[in-house]
Structure formats: structure tokens, C-alpha cells
Design a protein around this ligand. Structure first.
Ligand SMILES: NC(=O)c1ccc[n+]([C@@H]2O[C@H](COP(=O)([O-])OP(=O)(O)OC[C@H]3O[C@@H](n4cnc5c(N)ncnc54)[C@H](O)[C@@H]3O)[C@@H](O)[C@H]2O)c1
Ligand SMILES: O=C(O)C(=O)C[C@@H](O)[C@H](O)[C@H](O)COP(=O)(O)O
Ligand SMILES: [Zn+2]
Length: 361
């Protein structure tokens, strides 16, 4: 088992990474300060792992919420189910919420924890690769709105993150690949040696080789923890974690949340962001090719959907949370491992990149 710490002063917390960690109560049950705990999970994960959680929480007064499964349920309406269950079970401000699931459950449980009785503790037990390497770390929580992705939410840090790699044994291939997109993101934005290592180990990573997987999760969390520690509330540098997301969120929103997985939309979004960086003369075409080929070899899409047009992209990208004074702010690369947040990309170049990628006007 390996441990990393997210250094945020009094909000600091550990990330534990290893196999068979659920059974190690000293790592996470010890973080529950009171006698009440509430598990939030979904209908797919509950039959797989809820019994193991219950076993560890025998001494606690436990409330359970089992959400419907899917990005399309990451909404304010579904969130209310958590509040209703907590209130019916008389949970007070000393309760601790436990997110057992992927990024959807984690983001919703985290937002419930941020807002239930004005804020209670929560623990992240991520069950997907994506949630282990990204969404469980850093305290971004929230839900989608039909008009935009993650538009309602709060920053709320967990008490700890338990990344139990054995839970990935049941994760479907397509979901696993979606997580790999966010892993590759770290190499591109801030860790060139990690990108080189991923190129060399892509086959083993996709085969879920134990050592390679553990290293990929560790390096990803380390990179994310460093960025978050520097800029918890995204007033500056943290936005680099959004590489590909302005394009990607537009795809997810246009497709109605769910037909494109988040990681898939980010993969395509990163390719578009790199193509734009290249068009502006900031990176070589060879880097765009390397990234595209790595993402492709990990079974990720690298071309935008054929049913979206440029107008739709620009409308949805215009609602991105990074927009200031009506100007798009994009995460682009100045080199491998050198992401920048910029409003210097002219709209005509964004349009040209989309058109070259086959998007209709
Ligand atoms: N807060 C953040 O910083 C952050 C970062 C990245 C992504 N996100 C959000 O995370 C979400 C995507 O997360 P995700 O990719 O984990 O998707 P997800 O939560 O929808 O989970 C993917 C699918 O896998 C199933 N599943 C989960 N764990 C499983 C397991 N161990 N075995 C079998 N099936 C399992 C789920 O039920 C679901 O059907 C998006 O909403 C995205 O916006 C948030
Ligand atoms: O932690 C962050 O910061 C990120 O941007 C990580 C992203 O991978 C993640 O998808 C996040 O939810 C996007 O946040 P948003 O603020 O662009 O909605
Ligand atoms: Zn993301």
C-alpha cells in the first residue's frame, strides 16, 4: 500500500493506493468522527461492494442511498434523494458521508456533503480508474444542468481517499479506457517523463498489469495533489487540469450526458486542444501525432462526433466556467508537460481546428 498526502493546511488528507484496502478499517473507518455514517452508491456498485462496506461499519448507525446509475442522473433532482434519506434517518451535522462509486457518485455525494446542514465530512472510496486518478482528489463536487456540465457545485475536500485497486477487477473495458484518458492528461499538462513512460507501458496498462496500474494511479494522484495544493479553488494554475475539457464538456452536453463517457469526450477534446496549440505554432505536429496515437492505442476516440456543428460547439464552449468577460479561456500546450491557460487563441483558429476535424459549419 502507498500513501500520498494532499497538502491543504487544516484540510489536508491522505490518499491510500493499493489492493484489498476496504478491509483495512484503520485506514478509513477511523476517519468517521461520529457514530453516524451514510453510504452513497449506485445500483451497479451496491451488489458488488456494499456488503464489504457494511461489514466495516457494523459499529456505526448507517444510512444507505442507492442512486440510479448514469451520468444523466448527475442532477439536482437525484441529489435530493440523498438529502431525503439523511433526513429520514435523522442524520445530524456529525454524520460522515461515504462515496462508494465512480466520478458520478463521488461528485454527487461530495456536493451532498458540502451542502447537507451546511456541510458535513465525507470520504471518497472511488471504484473506477477515472475516479481513482482524478475525481476523488481535489474537492470539486457538483451536478450537471441540461445547459451545461458541472454547473452547480462546491469545493469540498474529503477526509481521505481510499483507492482500492482490487475494485477495478469488475470495471468494464470501456470505463477503464475512459479513466486512462485522464491519466494521459497528466503527462501532457505537467509531467513529460510520465507521458514517455505511458507510451512505453500503454499495452501493460491496458492489460491492467498490477505494477503498471499501481504506478499510473500513484503518479496521477501525485500530479493532481501537487496542482490542487498550489491552487485549491482554481484561481489560476489548477485550470490546467481542464485540458480538453472545454471541447469535451461541449460534446458531453450536446450528446445529452451518457452516450459519450467523460473520459472519451476529454480524449477527443485534448486532441482538439493540441491541434489548436499546433496551429498557433506552440507545439510541433509530431507531439499532436504522439498524443493522438497514444490515446487511440488505448481505445479512446480522437475525432469529434459527426452530429455536432461548429455553431453548437461555440455556444456550449461559451458557457464554460473558465470564460471571463465573454472570452474563451482554453488550456493549451506550449510543449510536452507545459500547459498554459490562455485567452489568446483567436476564435477563427478554434473554428478552423473544428472544421479540419470534420465538424460541419
Ligand atoms: N470532481 C472532479 O474533479 C472530477 C474529475 C473528473 C471527472 N469528474 C466527473 O466524473 C464523472 C465520470 O466518472 P466515471 O468515469 O467514474 O463514471 P461513472 O461514475 O459513471 O462510472 C462509470 C460506470 O462504471 C460503473 N462502475 C463503477 N465502478 C465499478 C466497478 N468497480 N465495477 C463495475 N462497474 C463499476 C458505474 O456504475 C458506471 O456505470 C463525470 O461526471 C465527470 O464530470 C469529476
Ligand atoms: O480537478 C479539476 O480541477 C479538474 O478540472 C479535473 C477534471 O478532470 C474534471 O473533469 C472536473 O470535474 C472538471 O471541472 P469543471 O470545473 O471544468 O467542471
Ligand atoms: Zn475530467
Amino acid at each position: 500500500m502507498k500513501r500520498l498526502d494532499v497538502a491543504l493546511g487544516e484540510r489536508s488528507y491522505p490518499i491510500f493506493i493499493g489492493r484489498n484496502l476496504l478491509a483495512q478499517a484503520e485506514l478509513w473507518v477511523s476517519e468517521i468522527a461520529g457514530k453516524q455514517a451514510a453510504v452513497v452508491t449506485n445500483e451497479t456498485i451496491a451488489p458488488l461492494y456494499l456488503a464489504q462496506i457494511r461489514q466495516q461499519l457494523e459499529q456505526k448507525e448507517v444510512c444507505e442511498t442507492i442512486l440510479p446509475d448514469g451520468e444523466q442522473y448527475k442532477t439536482l433532482e437525484t441529489l435530493n434523494q440523498i438529502f431525503t434519506d439523511l433526513l429520514e434517518a435523522n442524520h445530524n451535522r456529525k454524520t460522515t458521508l461515504i462515496a462508494l462509486g465512480g466520478g458520478v457518485v463521488g461528485d454527487m455525494c461530495g456536493f451532498a456533503a458540502a451542502s447537507y446542514q451546511r456541510g458535513v465530512d465525507f470520504i471518497q472510496i472511488p471504484t473506477t480508474l477515472l475516479s481513482m486518478v482524478d475525481s476523488s482528489v481535489g474537492g470539486k463536487t457538483g451536478v450537471n444542468h441540461p445547459l451545461g456540465k458541472n454547473m452547480i457545485g462546491a469545493f469540498h475536500q474529503p477526509q481521505c481517499v481510499l483507492a482500492d485497486l482490487s475494485l477495478l477487477d469488475t470495471l468494464p473495458e470501456r470505463e477503464y479506457a475512459a479513466g486512462v484518458a485522464e491519466v494521459i492528461k497528466y503527462g501532457l499538462i505537467c509531467d513529460a517523463p510520465f507521458f514517455d513512460w505511458l507510451e512505453a507501458n500503454a499495452e501493460k496498462l491496458m492489460a491492467r498489469d498490477g505494477e503498471v496500474l499501481a504506478e499510473a494511479v500513484y503518479r496521477s494522484c501525485q500530479n493532481k495533489a501537487e496542482v490542487v495544493a498550489e491552487d485549491e479553488l482554481e484561481s489560476g494554475r489548477r485550470a490546467i487540469l481542464n485540458l480538453g475539457h472545454t471541447f469535451g464538456h461541449a460534446i458531453e452536453t450536446a450528446e445529452g450526458y451518457g452516450s459519450w463517457l467523460h473520459g472519451e469526450a476529454v480524449a477527443t477534446g485534448m486532441v482538439l486542444a493540441l491541434q489548436l496549440s499546433c496551429r498557433l505554432g506552440w507545439i510541433d505536429a509530431s507531439l499532436v501525432e504522439r498524443a493522438t496515437s497514444l490515446l487511440s492505442s488505448c481505445n479512446l476516440p480522437v475525432e469529434p462526433p459527426k452530429n455536432m456543428n461548429v455553431e453548437q460547439f461555440l455556444l456550449l464552449m461559451g458557457r464554460d466556467k473558465k470564460v471571463i468577460d465573454g472570452r474563451l479561456r482554453l488550456v493549451l500546450l506550449r510543449g510536452l508537460g507545459e500547459a498554459v491557460v490562455t485567452s489568446d487563441a483567436p476564435e477563427q483558429d478554434v473554428v478552423a481546428v473544428l472544421r479540419t476535424a470534420g465538424v460541419a459549419p
